[in-house]
Ligand binder design. Structure first.
Ligand SMILES: Nc1nc2c(ncn2[C@@H]2O[C@H](COP(=O)(O)OP(=O)(O)O)[C@@H](O)[C@H]2O)c(=O)[nH]1
Ligand SMILES: [Mg+2]
Length: 230
C-alpha cells in the first residue's frame, strides 16, 4: 500500500511498469527521465546486462512538496520480463499503488502478452492486491512497427478488467507521458477515496498532477498547459 507518515507529513507512492521482456518498460522510464525536470527527480537506477535486458529492476524517484507542506515521494519501478525472474516480479509488485502494463503491440506478441497479463493478475493477488480496484492502464507499445494489433483486437486482454488502453512509441517518447498522466490520475482518485488526499491532506487532484506534469516537457504530447491537470 501507499506508505503514509502522518508525523512527517509524508506520502510515498509506488508505480510499477509490468510486462514481458523487451516490451519497452525501461524505455518508458528513460524517456520520462529525459522529460522531467531534474529538480523533481532523482537518479534513474537501471541494472542492464550486456544484451540490453533488465537484470533486476529499474527505479526512478520523483518528489515534491505540496502547498499544504506534505512531501510526496513517487517511485517508478520496472520489473524484469524474463521468465526466470518470476520471484523478482512478484516482489516488485508488493504494495504497488498503480500498474502500467507495457505490451509489444505486434500480433506476433499476442500470446506472450496475454501470458504476462495473466501472470500480473496472479502476482497482484499473491500480494493481496485486488486487480479490479487497482489503477491499471495498458500501454500498447511499439506502434511504429508493422503488424500491430488495433484497439478492436484486444479482447483477450480486456475480458475480466476493462483498463484504459494507450498507444505508444516509447523510443520516440510518444504516449509515455500520457500513460503516466492517466495512471496517476487514477491513482490520485483511488487514494483520495481511501485516505482523503483532499480532505485530510489538502492535496487537490489538480495540484497533485501539476506538481509532476508542470515539471515535464510536454511538447508533442496531448497534454497542454503548465498544470496539465486535465
Ligand atoms: N521499434 C520500437 N522499439 C522499441 C520501442 N520501445 C522500446 N523499443 C526497443 O525494444 C527493446 C527493449 O526495450 P526495453 O525498454 O529495454 O524493454 P524492457 O525489457 O521492457 O525493459 C530496446 O531495443 C528498445 O529500444 C518502440 O516504441 N518501438
Ligand atoms: Mg527493462
Amino acid at each position: 500500500m501507499v506508505a503514509f507518515n502522518n508525523e512527517l507529513r509524508e506520502i510515498a507512492l509506488k508505480v510499477v511498469y509490468y510486462g514481458p521482456a523487451l516490451s519497452g518498460k525501461t524505455t518508458n522510464l528513460q524517456s520520462l527521465f529525459q522529460k522531467i525536470d531534474p529538480k523533481v527527480r532523482g537518479r534513474l537506477m537501471t541494472l542492464d546486462t550486456k544484451d540490453d535486458r533488465t537484470l533486476f529492476f529499474d527505479m526512478m524517484p520523483v518528489f515534491f512538496r505540496t502547498t499544504s507542506g506534505v512531501k510526496v515521494k513517487l517511485k517508478l519501478y520496472t520489473v524484469p520480463g524474463q521468465v526466470m525472474h518470476e520471484s523478482t516480479r512478484r516482489i516488485v509488485l508488493q504494495g504497488t499503488d498503480a500498474v502500467a502494463f507495457v505490451a509489444d503491440a505486434r500480433r506476433s506478441e499476442t500470446v506472450t502478452t496475454l501470458a504476462y497479463w495473466n501472470n500480473m493478475l496472479k502476482n497482484l493477488e499473491a500480494n493481496g492486491l485486488e486487480p479490479s480496484t487497482l489503477p491499471i492502464v495498458i500501454q500498447m507499445n511499439k506502434c511504429d512497427l508493422a503488424d500491430v494489433r488495433g484497439e478492436d483486437e484486444l479482447q483477450d486482454l480486456l475480458q475480466v478488467l476493462r483498463p484504459l488502453v494507450i498507444q505508444a512509441v516509447a523510443i520516440r517518447g510518444e504516449g509515455v507521458v500520457e500513460t503516466l498522466h492517466i495512471l496517476l490520475t487514477l491513482a490520485y482518485r483511488t487514494l483520495d477515496q481511501r485516505v482523503g488526499l483532499e480532505r485530510s491532506w489538502h492535496i487537490s487532484e489538480r495540484e497533485f498532477l501539476s506538481q509532476i506534469f508542470s515539471h515535464m516537457d510536454l511538447r508533442g504530447t496531448r497534454l497542454t498547459g503548465a498544470g496539465a491537470a486535465r
